[in-house]
Design a protein around this ligand. Sequence first.
Ligand SMILES: *Cc1c(COP(=O)(O)O)cnc(C)c1O
Length: 366
Amino acid sequence: MIPYGRQTIDENDIKRVVKTLRSPWLTQGPAVLEFEKLLAKAGGVKYAVAVSSGTAALHLAYLAVGLKKGDEVITTPNTFAATANMLLAVGAKPVFCDIRLDTYNIDERKVERLITKRTRALAVVDFAGQPAEMKEIYRIAKKHKLLLIEDASHSLGASYRGRSVGSLADLTTLSFHPVKAIATGEGGAVLTNNKKLYETIKLLRSHGIFKDNRGKNVMVALGFNYRMSDIQAALGTSQLEKLDKFIRLRNQASKWYEEEFVGLEHIILPQTLPHNYSAWHIYVIRVKYPKLRDKLWRYLVKKGIGANFHYPAVYTHPYYQKLGYGKKKFRNEELYSQSCITLPLYPTLKRREVHFIASCLKEWFK
Ligand SMILES: *Cc1c(COP(=O)(O)O)cnc(C)c1O
């Protein structure tokens, strides 16, 4: 089976992890500090906090912003559920906004009309690795005194109008799950230039406990154990050194698909806006006749191709339905989520594999 995504681990990664296993530190220690320094640099920000997952990163980002019961946060339905789930976890209400049909990111032209007296923040996602329209979104956030959180789980290594993802929002969250740009097994991080938010996130990562000037542990906030281990961070550092190469290879594979699909009129190819450099987390096509989508998916799986769906609209999940979110809310999101299909894309995907996948698609449409 050709999976839709996978990690790229080499001997050097393995050596770095083994070296840590022989060191005195296994849990959060010097390797985490080193990884954080490199992460901040990659994102073009002052501070990075490494944590145990992308979900933990979102949870801490939302808590640091001070979200609480009754607060509303405008977000996208085209994302992994965790973006909205962690809003619910802190008691806030996700207010979904329709997406654009070219990038499948939140439609910045539809955000402002959703702002109410209760709105406290905007939480956007760089879908498939392409940054959302951050200049306009940042302008809206500042005009209404809202904090801006960017879930960049797909877009580490991408840039927007020449600026690295990481420096485009008040808080940027990352995931290092194996299908993402770099892997640490499980892992995530929050990036920011705001010292106060940084201090809060660090405190909440480890039980809300800090050492006072006499070396005593003092707990001042209700925190968690969301620490990353040095074992994971050693892998992260080794992976991060290869980030640019990984993203180049992902861009290359997306070009191969584009070449293969020239003239195939039954599908809509993904588009990248000219001012974006995408991290190409996933390769999503749309089927022009949505009724054919599930049949095509079953055929691809039978051929050994790990086609997937990213994503069903978050509000259609049973949990959200029970909370009273309606089923058919947005024109673009409905059309998108019924016609999308994800094809394999990762740094070591071969030219001939792309050719095989494209040939299967072409044959099926014939
Ligand atoms: C992967 C992902 C997450 C969650 O990250 P984990 O590390 O799996 O907890 C959150 N948001 C988006 C958009 C993701 O793709």
